[in-house]
Design a protein around this ligand. Structure first.
Ligand SMILES: [Zn+2]
Ligand SMILES: [Zn+2]
Length: 463
């Protein structure tokens, strides 16, 4: 059981600079507090800490904010460009309460006491007499921040290091004028990624209903988050005993053991962090079933041959159909290189909050095979409108690369996103050059879609 000082009184702590972001912080606080935690069986309203509303007069500020910070599950630092600018001129001996909150929060996050999701806010620019919002571009400001340690800091990290560490976290880009979209993202990320780890620490257990039952994707067993922990889950790396191996599991050579040979935490959602047998089943069931999924574009390294199909790199972008049960209506991305693969489905809503600075996936093989995917974002906002995929091997003539734009249809048929643009690029070999000898007898050696969906333009390196 947790001792009293570890108890959580707030779900979300909003940390902001009064001079620059007070309006946004207050609005965010009000709107979040109107929402409930998802997946709870009873209605549980989100409770926020905002200094203006929660600080008591006459009590030492530092001790109050420390109590509130450690008493919160999630910290949302409002990192606006205006706020960052105010930190550029910090001098030795000066203090900065906002920076102090962020540094302290980072310190507690490193001890697993809370979770941080930075809220990244750009700036308004005047274009043709009217104000236009420009998305956050403050990442480069880190270099200009001073190498100072705040006088009353919790550790010896400099201002530059604190902000640098904050930028390593997966943030949420937010336009203050379009707050509503992002509220659902914060609510959903809080409910699924943050709250389950802190639920048992909640100070007022009576206001919570019975703990939600989850099903683990690795061992397929039901569990509750309070019974979860390192090693709680036992699973095999393959999805069943293999006949050729004398009905033993390839991972451990054990014959039909009740418990798996590998241990980890239970997980409610499929992931690519480590291998587990039921993943193989799940992926194969969707990807190779043309009733459950369809492919918009597929690329392979340009030295691909069917004979050596396992020794190359490939990527596939598509969607799951309405036949895919609870996996229906999602964007599908699959990739493999020798000995490694990656597969994931994305809901439309998941792409609203995704941190587009990070690659979607990145595989690198022992012999220079590689496959990488990066989100394409719209010019105006930071919205995902497509994906750039590229792969190659040491022996491929040039990288195979394609740009796929996609969108969920306005009238949702639950068949996932449609491709609105498919553009092959950079690959000199596509059509313009004679095929390498080894590939000349192979039909469709690059596995290009035979009928372009909307628009296909091929550019050669020469053009
Ligand atoms: Zn095993
Ligand atoms: Zn499990």
């Amino acid at each position: 059981m947790a001792d009293e000082e570890n108890k959580k009184q707030f779900h979300i702590f909003i940390s902001y600079r009064v001079n620059t972001d007070a309006d946004l912080a207050e609005k965010l606080c009000d709107k979040l507090q109107a929402l409930t935690i998802l997946n709870e069986q009873r209605e549980v309203r989100i409770k926020c800490f905002l200094d203006k509303q929660n600080l008591k007069e006459g009590v030492d500020y530092t001790s109050q904010f420390m109590t509130a910070l450690t008493g919160s599950c999630l910290v949302l630092p409002i990192v606006s460009e205006a706020c960052l600018k105010s930190m550029l001129n910090l001098q030795a001996g000066w203090t900065d309460n906002v920076l102090k909150e962020w540094q302290t929060a980072l310190h507690f996050q490193s001890m697993d006491k809370l979770t941080i999701i930075p809220i990244l806010v750009g700036a308004n620019e005047v274009v043709g007499g009217s104000k236009v919002y420009r998305k956050f571009e403050g990442f480069t400001m880190v270099g200009q921040l001073p190498d100072l340690v705040l006088p009353d800091a919790i550790n010896d990290h400099t201002v530059k290091q604190v902000i640098g560490n904050l930028f390593k976290l997966q943030g949420i880009f937010l336009n203050p004028l379009e707050l509503t979209d992002k509220l659902a993202v914060i609510q959903s990320r809080f409910s699924s990624e943050v709250w389950p780890s802190y639920r048992t620490l909640w100070s007022n257990v009576a206001e919570l209903g019975p703990e939600p039952q989850l099903t683990c994707v690795q061992c397929l067993q039901p569990y509750t988050e309070s019974s979860n922990g390192d090693g709680a889950c036992r699973f095999h790396l393959t999805d069943g005993p293999i006949q050729e191996y004398g009905r033993t599991y390839a991972c451990c050579q054990l014959k039909d053991p009740l418990l798996g040979c590998h241990r980890n935490r239970h997980n409610p959602k499929h992931h690519n962090r480590f291998k587990y047998g039921s993943f193989v089943n799940w992926r194969a069931g969707i990807m190779w079933n043309t009733l459950m999924s369809r492919t918009h574009a597929k690329i392979s390294a340009d030295d691909y041959s069917e004979e050596y199909a396992d020794e190359t790199a490939w990527i596939r972008v598509g969607a799951t159909t309405s036949n895919a049960g609870k996996d229906q209506n999602k964007l599908m991305i699959a990739s493999a290189i020798p000995y490694e693969s990656w597969f994931m489905l994305f809901e439309k809503e998941e792409l609203i909050g995704v941190d587009t600075r990070l690659p979607v996936f990145s595989l690198k093989g022992q012999r220079d095979e590689y496959a990488i995917g990066r989100w394409i974002v719209s010019d105006e906002g930071h919205e995902v409108i497509g994906i750039n995929i590229e792969c190659g091997t040491r022996t491929s003539v040039s990288p195979s690369s394609v740009k796929v734009h996609f969108a969920w249809p306005e009238i949702n048929d639950f068949n996932g996103p449609e491709a609105t643009l498919i553009e092959f690029c950079k690959s000199a070999a596509f059509g313009e050059r004679p095929l390498p000898k080894a590939l000349q007898n192979i039909k469709n050696p690059y596995n290009l879609p035979t009928t372009p969906l909307v628009k296909v333009s091929r550019q050669s390196l020469e053009s």
